[in-house]
Design a protein around this ligand. Sequence first.
Ligand code: SAH
Length: 214
Amino acid sequence: MDYALLRKKMVDEQIVARGIRDQRVLEVMRQTPRHLFVDPGLAHQAYGDSALPIGDGQTISQPYIVAYMLASMELTGGEKVLEIGMGSGYLTVLLSRLVERVYAVERLRSLAIPARQLLDRLDCSNVLVKIFDGSYGWPEAAPFDAIVVSAVAAAEPPAALLDQLAVGGRLVIPLAVDQGEYLYRFTRLEQGGFESERLLACSFVKLVRRHGGR
Ligand code: SAH
């Protein structure tokens, strides 16, 4: 299988064709071997236009959504980023190649351990991983220039994540609002408060809170 060719087609036909223009994002997606992040039996589908199962009822997100989330974070290279719900680690590796430092949180050990091993194999030495409920964020490492969440929360983002944004920092998170699910971006404003933007309809697995509740 010519995976480099499949990756190029994925980027051209699913991502560029739908309007993503961030050249750094397109380049890392052309370079990163997404087929390593799924079960070998699904490797031939890894560059298709859909999410795929990664075990424990979780999924690796659709390539276009991953690209859209990354582009929405408006990364330029020097950032410190928090990722909640690392799952397969695919977005983590892309982030690791796009920014200075990545803090990744995953609640399921069964996913976090193989993801960590893959990060090591791909030489992602700028990533720290924690197995915990990511709705608490990572207060010891805050503030973050960007935070990205790959699981859908309630109608409001967890307060801890907003608290841990730097001024000008962006939180990209799916929320369940108006009977639908939408990707939102919250930006911490210099004068205080947040700008909130609804970006795109989407579908994610649930953000599971440690003690239940919202
Ligand atoms: N970006 C990942 C998405 C995986 S699916 C990928 O493409 O592979 C979302 C992940 O969020 C799942 O692995 C799930 O276990 C995790 N998750 C759900 N609730 C969480 C929480 N409260 N804290 C940390 N991780 C959580």
